[in-house]
Design a binder for this molecule. Structure first.
Ligand SMILES: Cc1cc2nc3c(=O)[nH]c(=O)nc-3n(C[C@H](O)[C@H](O)[C@H](O)COP(=O)(O)OP(=O)(O)OC[C@H]3O[C@@H](n4cnc5c(N)ncnc54)[C@H](O)[C@@H]3O)c2cc1C
Length: 446
């Protein structure tokens, strides 16, 4: 065992970056490998030639209650790159009736906001909100729609859109247990936890580039264009990493964190079971100046668009669990979605501005009870190899928060691998290494 035993992290999506960010500054050098020429994976920005500006692959909504994401953002020094509204106020429009309202959960943890007509969904009564507590007792096999009454206005205007956005799965198919966990960590913690965090510029500028800069400052080695093709195993350990053009022999005390998507991990690790059904997300980015008084984002009920985000020179639309749209021609989607945007943002419906449609066919695993059962834990049968990624069982859906928690937990595990030097983790970092499972919590850091 040597003090320089390295941690090799494969995959520079948000999960791999989170693991690397947590380990940088600890005793063990970090090497981060990424197959492509850029970091960020499914959460990144790029320059779009057609629109002539940078756009995100998809709109990502973070909330102040995403504690691991917040710790990550603070550690990489990127908090100032986010718009952070002082109050949790989520605007909605129902296109069927043209009604507009704001959902405004009160700041404390005692949720009295449903008692206030001006804070709740119009047409609902305070007592209606009690029904959501049924989710608390939902079994692992139950779906959201099987637990909540799908005929109510509250379901149509609140629980269904929130479930689809959080799970990237229809409420009819989505796991009730997983949805409950999301509600607990957001609405359940009061309005303060529900305040949005929206990147000023883009996902890469807020979540990816500052992380890469942090890692480089901390001495981490980052290798782009390094696609892992195979892993050599020997004596219950990973012994070598096989890349396209090189092989990295692992030292006796080296650790590996595999932070690749589920399907890639399953190909690399014999016998690993992972979720294998994925749901698409469709985004439309329109190049136009949004009206200055329009909100940062707005929920759309009763249309094709679900959430509309205002960016600097782009208005972006998100549709989750978009199976019904993903095979539609871009021109049809552009027209159909623009009608909803124009109504939601009070912009003239003609002409349709220049647009880029981004279809992420395998955006996340489909959060059905059956798929959730297939999520592996972060530990593997190889004692120096750990899993990280949004598909790992964090108790949360496939989200930035889940991916970061899995990265933190993998960092905790790697730091426990047999290597005395690894136990020396700065005190400030111990607080941020968030264990992900009960097993992790029980084996808390020294
Ligand atoms: C359109 C869209 C909208 C979304 N909206 C939200 C949202 O609003 N809120 C939210 O919280 N989440 C959202 N998500 C989900 C979130 O983006 C993902 O959960 C998260 O980015 C997953 O990160 P990850 O690191 O687990 O995986 P990935 O991002 O897939 O990262 C894996 C990395 O591994 C690399 N890799 C793959 N194979 C290899 C190999 N063989 N060798 C080396 N490297 C390899 C990949 O190139 C990639 O960089 C959205 C996702 C999409 C697609």
């Amino acid at each position: 065992m040597t003090a320089s035993a390295r941690v090799h992290i494969v995959g520079a999506g948000i999960a791999g970056l989170a693991a690397a960010v947590r380990l940088t500054g600890a005793a063990r050098p970090v090497v981060l490998y990424e197959a492509t020429e850029h970091a960020g994976g499914r959460c990144r920005s790029f320059f779009d030639n057609e629109l002539g500006c940078r756009i995100d692959n998809g709109n990502h909504l973070l909330l102040a209650g995403n504690s691991a994401a917040l710790a990550y953002i603070e550690r990489i020094g990127a908090l100032g790159t986010f718009e952070r509204p002082a109050e949790a106020a989520v605007p909605f429009i129902d296109l069927a009736t043209c009604e507009r309202w704001e959902l405004r959960p009160n700041a404390g943890v005692l949720p009295w906001w449903p008692l206030d007509r001006s804070r709740r969904v119009p047409g609902t009564k305070a007592v209606d909100y009690l029904e959501v507590l049924r989710l608390r007792r939902a079994t692992a096999r139950a779906t959201v729609a099987a637990v909540l009454d799908s005929r109510t206005l509250l379901y149509r205007r609140l629980w269904q859109p929130l479930a689809v956005a959080a799970l990237n799965t229809s409420a009819e198919q989505g796991s009730a247990k997983l949805f409950w966990r999301v509600l607990l960590e957001t609405l359940g913690r009061g309005g303060t936890a529900c305040r949005a965090l929206v990147p000023h510029l883009g996902l890469s500028e807020s979540l990816i580039d500052p992380a890469l800069a942090f890692l480089r400052r901390g001495g981490a080695e980052i290798r782009f264009g390094a696609r892992l093709r195979g892993i050599e195993f020997a004596g219950g350990r990973a012994a070598g990493l096989l890349f396209d053009d090189s092989t990295v022999a692992l030292g006796a005390s080296d650790s590996v964190i595999l932070a690749v998507p589920a399907s890639v991990a399953a190909r690399l690790l014999p016998g690993l079971t992972v979720p294998d059904d994925h749901a698409p997300i469709v985004n439309a980015h329109y190049r136009c100046a949004p009206p200055p008084d329009s909100p940062l984002f707005i929920g759309v009920i009763g249309g094709t668009a679900e959430w509309v985000f205002k960016k600097r020179d782009v208005v972006s639309v998100t549709v989750s669990a978009a199976d019904r749209l993903v095979d539609e021609p871009p021109a049809i989607l552009a027209e159909r979605l623009w009608r909803d945007v124009a109504a939601a943002c009070r912009i003239p419906a003609d002409p349709i501005p220049p647009v880029r449609i981004v279809k992420e066919r395998r955006a996340t695993f489909r959060a059905t009870p059956q798929q959730v059962e297939k999520r592996p834990g972060g530990a593997t049968r190889w004692n120096n190899l750990h899993l990280s990624g949004d598909y790992v069982d964090t108790g949360l859906p496939a989200t930035i928060e889940g991916a970061i928690r899995s990265g933190f937990a993998a960092a905790v595990r790697a730091s426990r691998d047999p290597n005395p030097a690894a136990a020396v983790i700065p005190v400030t970092m111990r607080r941020m290494l968030t264990p992900e499972t009960t097993e992790d919590r029980q084996r808390a850091l020294p």
